[in-house]
Design a protein around this ligand. Sequence first.
Ligand SMILES: Nc1nc2c(ncn2[C@@H]2O[C@H](COP(=O)(O)OP(=O)(O)OP(=O)(O)O)[C@@H](O)[C@H]2O)c(=O)[nH]1
Ligand SMILES: [Mg+2]
Length: 282
Amino acid sequence: MAKLGFGARLASFFGFRKQLDESFFEDLEDVLIEGDFGAKNAYEISSMVESEKPRTEEEFLSLVRRALEGKVKGTELVPDPAQLSVYLVLGVNGVGKTTSIAKMAKYYKDRNYKVVLAAADTFRAAAIDQLELHSRRTGTRIVRQENGSDPGAVIYDAISSAQARGENLILCDTAGRMHNKENLMKELQKIDKIIKARIKPENYKKILVIDAVTGQNAVSQAELFNQAIGLDALILTKYDSLSKGGAVAQIGIPVAFVGTGEHYEDFHVFDREQFLSSLAGI
Ligand SMILES: Nc1nc2c(ncn2[C@@H]2O[C@H](COP(=O)(O)OP(=O)(O)OP(=O)(O)O)[C@@H](O)[C@H]2O)c(=O)[nH]1
Ligand SMILES: [Mg+2]
């Protein structure tokens, strides 16, 4: 996992400022807010550091790390191979949904799952062809209909055909944008009902993709999708050395995977310990 630019910034921050006076803690809050931790977390972390009075950079960073521990969660998505699971992949346009689905298809296929891709982004013209290309490259079956068709019907088809063929994991691509936000959320609620009626709750996961570069926007996106249909896990994409990642601590939904590039291999199961250390610049 790439080392965060933010962590390095935090480390050097202490180095410059030996005097832990009031302005140190104000500036620390600012640095944390710039790192997308949010005002509430920034205040809590800064107060904790203040009460513990660190003397060295090492002590300072490990305090920040400790303060973050309760705020960052990870989850491992392990589908039951004996049953059919449905992973509904959500997110606003351009965050990396389709790419993450392709990466997951390879990841689970390599672990002997029988993976099906459901092309339920029927809104954007090129979306189905993009998924079709990934289906060919990863050797996974795709269920698709024509552009503009009902996404719920695509998923319904995917579920019935996967059940008939004994396949065990459906990855559903969804639209990131529609005429407006309300339309998108209504569509997702319809899809949610279709899946819920056919798949056991433990086998159905709603996964939000967020772009690590967008920071604060990712937090409001998570709120929006969580309110509309609820979320089980996050995928953090574009997590390169320049991205911050503090948004994860604010969102509070467990992270399952991290994307670090455009290739299928640039995809990792979330490593919480490593993430906390890199966030805190250790
Ligand atoms: N560097 C980097 N680029 C990524 C990552 N994931 C996706 N991308 C790139 O981000 C761009 C958008 O990715 P898509 O997978 O098409 O995003 P999407 O959410 O499906 O977009 P829409 O279908 O338009 O809503 C593409 O150029 C991807 O190659 C990642 O983890 N790292
Ligand atoms: Mg897409």
